[in-house]
Design a protein around this ligand. Sequence first.
Ligand SMILES: [Zn+2]
Length: 430
Amino acid sequence: MFWDETHETLPRPDLERLQLQRLQETVRRVFARVPFYQRKFNDLGLTPEAIRSLADLRRLPFTTNADLRANYPAGLLAVPYDQTLRLHTSSGTTGKPKALFFSRQDVNNAAELCARAFIATGVRAGDVFQNMMTYGMFTGALVTHYGAEKVGCLVIPAGPGNSERQVMLMRDFGSTVIHLTPSYALYLATFLEKHGVEPRRDLQLRKAFVGAEPYTEETRRKIEEGLGLDVYNSYGLSEMNGPGVAFECEQKQGMHLWEDHFLVEILDPETDEPVPEGQSGELVLTTLCREAMPLLRYRTRDVTALITAPCACGRTHRRLHRITGRADDMLILRGVNIYPQQIERVLMAQPGIGRNYLIELTGLDEMTVKVELAEAGFGGQVEQLIALQKKLAEKLRAEILCKPTVQLVPPGDLPVSEGKAKRVVDRRQL
Ligand SMILES: [Zn+2]
């Protein structure tokens, strides 16, 4: 079943024709209305007429995080201020956030793409959607909220946290679909276990949309086991509408990226050249339908690869592999590049290990990985714990090429996160 069968199954040549037409419109719009892009085009000696094919995309300038900040609050608007309908912001680690405006059409499109995605995962009218993302300035909760309403779900805008209340809502209203971060999903599984709630017996959960932070396949399995449901991976970013940019279908083999709304490039971050088909690189996206704030070649800093093989579900839009890292999350330890997900993969695959961990960087260049033991594994012999610690340190060395100190801690010892998890604490004096 499809939400928008015509667009979701467009044959590639038709899809590409539509992409080119929309790209040309977008380029004309930003050139006419956004001084930032006018300057960039002038610097490159470029006019909108120069974009004659999709290959000409590569002649266009990049847009970066820094450009969004420099043009805060409304420098990138392509419509008059009084034609904007909603403001979202994107988290910034430092200074001002990025301001992201939506027109009426943008608000509608964002919900449409979520509706497509939800139907693709098997969600239907009549499902009960408990949304545990943070409501507010972030796009995560609101955009999916309206998407689920479009599909015809009963939407419970629960927001994150207060697990006791979450479970009460699930029981009383028969929630079948939940939307949350992977770290909170892991915590919730532990919470259910502790309170003797057996999800398959006591709850009606069928599906979870898990996103907003990168996570591994091993974590997906842990969440599926712990909550008794199917986990669907999703990808979004506020600069591109928010959630629903790319979403897994029922095949769970990569996330369909809605190519009639976004042009995708995977580039080598060092050379800015496209990587060979199927290889990993930085995801760069161009909006094709955004009205209030179109962005050309936005550098997401997210690392992924494209799957070009056709999907059994019949959708013709290419798929993204799970995000293997945010370029911004990359750590450099003793000269080696490390993604926190590499560490997570090792920890979550190890029997006896719980669901929460923390990476601490200290001293000159030292790494300590603190990880909670599984509820059942705690209370083991000291020798067993030491052996487990050693084993993990060795496995981590094989994965990240540096040997960290591993500290096993009792279940529930590490700080709990109900929104985005803080997995890395850097206190190095370099
Ligand atoms: Zn598919």
